[in-house]
Design a protein around this ligand. Sequence first.
Ligand code: ZN
Length: 66
Amino acid sequence: MANPRRRKSKMKKRQIKAGRPYLGVQSNSCTSCGSPVLPHRVCKSCGIYGGVQAVTPKTKKKGKTK
Ligand SMILES: [Zn+2]
């Protein structure tokens, strides 16, 4: 595998990083339902993670009133 000959110095790394702004956490779309999902998180709407049903999604219950 190709390997860099020398580690980039702190200054060089910071100079490179200063050129491109932080875009925030990039969200992906769920493969099964298509809703936006944070990376490495279970989908909140359908409960699927990595093509496997990880959790059963919560359904909003009605009836409880304060
Ligand atoms: Zn989903």
